[in-house]
Design a protein around this ligand. Sequence first.
Ligand SMILES: C[S@@+](CC[C@H](N)C(=O)[O-])C[C@H]1O[C@@H](n2cnc3c(N)ncnc32)[C@H](O)[C@@H]1O
Length: 269
Amino acid sequence: APQMWLTLLCSCGGGAALLYVLYRWLVPALVQHHAGLALLWHDVIVERMLDVLTRSTRPQRLLGAVRRTATRGDPRSVVRAIDDFCRHTEWAMNVGDEKGTGCILDSVVSEVSPATVLELGTYCGYSTVRIATLLPPGAKLITLEFNPDFALIARQVIAWAGLEEKVHLVEGSSGDLIPLMKEKFGVKSFDLVFLDHWKDRYLPDTKLLEECGLLQKGSVLLADNVICPGSPDYLEYIRNSPKYRSQHFKSHLEYTKVEDGLEKSVFLG
Ligand SMILES: C[S@@+](CC[C@H](N)C(=O)[O-])C[C@H]1O[C@@H](n2cnc3c(N)ncnc32)[C@H](O)[C@@H]1O
């Protein structure tokens, strides 16, 4: 009988170890080159499994990582904490840290040095913190998020970074809020717009910004994930319209090796 128990224990231990290796390394390594599989694994299977096991949501777990590992009032440590969490613990749909993505965003923000920024799609506030950290004194960032659970987490991440003064997070959908920017939020125009919400809204919201007179000569649009998941109608419009001069930056889907890109487009008036 003791031998039987030992065999059973060894089999259970071996099975658990195998499952852990599959979950932690093998499957992530296999899916990291394939967009559909990477999103299915990280964004559906793993997220739902961890939600059930931990009785929390991914944004709540991300906020937990920020509270545990970032220094209050130090935005760079907040960015680092989220990057570490997404690289080593759980993938999340932030703009990502690698050279091709987060750094392109940083360099565009620094180059434009905008007084007014609009971000479409806040999620947990990762890119919001990245952008706000680089803004010149007196500049303002308005960020829009229609999911109230994400907005709740983002407010706490932004507060942990000590950036509440620079950031105005507005809850609601871009299609409803963009037309209110002048009257309700006192914005004349945006120097920089970061498009990172659902990809089928890139084109209609760009046209809405134009119609509402929120772009002026020299305003810059920066659109993430234009290749994966991709926004072909937006690219077609922005590259062929005489109103814009566009430039493409190659990158990868956040925290994977799937090819992606950002499109920077200057409004020519
Ligand atoms: C890719 S995530 C944004 C990631 C974030 N910019 C970052 O890098 O940390 C997209 C977010 O846009 C939000 N969203 C999608 N469509 C929207 C819309 N039309 N108006 C407002 N928010 C939207 C989603 O709820 C989601 O949180």
